[in-house]
Design a binder for this molecule. Sequence first.
Ligand code: NAP
Length: 246
Amino acid sequence: MDLTHRTVLIVGGTSGIGLGLARRWAGAGSTVVVGGRHPERVDGFETVRIDVADPDSIRRARDEVLAAHPDLDVVITMSGVMFQENLRDPAHIAQAEASITVNLLGTIRVIDAFTPHLIARGSGDIITVTSGIAFLPFPSMPSYGASKAGVHAYTESLRAQLAGTGVEVTELVPPAVATAGQEKVNPAALPLDGFLDEVIELLGATPTPPEILVEGVRMHRWAERDGTYAELVARRAQALSSLPGR
Ligand SMILES: NC(=O)c1ccc[n+]([C@@H]2O[C@H](COP(=O)([O-])OP(=O)(O)OC[C@H]3O[C@@H](n4cnc5c(N)ncnc54)[C@H](OP(=O)(O)O)[C@@H]3O)[C@@H](O)[C@H]2O)c1
């Protein structure tokens, strides 16, 4: 896809991967608006306040962005929250609800808000964000994995439903990246810049692959096909011993 001369909204662009990606799109020549609950944290970009858990907030943000940018042609649904959960403690339901509300329902609601505009334009891109954990569970983050597997399945159906409209649907599948505290707990997390180098190269390819899979996520994405799934899940389950309450 063309990364220059686009008008891009990154919902969940106020920190981490989203903010890094905003810098790359802007560096390539595109106009970028970043959104989140805390837009005041961001310098150097136009921002919009949006809480993807609140349908009214999404509608307000949509109206504000489209009024200022009627040529908006890329929407990226980056908002996400990630929690560890101890499924032996029923109190985990709070994390489960938040994961599904923000990661899955929030993605669906943001896409719904902008799809009519993109279809009316007759061209554009929707980029959803899942995780390697959507394809290879991390047992200490059950609802996070379920929400991201849900976003993957939804993305596949969305792509099929929008075929022929000129609106392309792409799924970004990050492995562990050194943002959002990952850098402190996960020595294997990819440095953000190197990750973004790979992402931008894959996004800029013609045609753009339906899934943006950097090298570091392919062993997770294809574990089932490669016959390594059971062994890798068992290895990841070892982290359960450090779960709070276990
Ligand atoms: N880092 C990783 O290892 C990794 C791996 C795989 C996938 N991912 C995915 O990549 C995405 C970005 O993650 P990150 O690592 O960059 O984390 P991050 O720095 O915590 O970024 C999360 C973004 O989501 C926004 N957000 C959270 N709740 C929101 C809400 N209710 N409404 C609107 N925006 C909300 C935050 O903005 P506000 O606080 O301003 O609302 C922030 O911009 C997430 O979807 C995450 O699941 C990350």
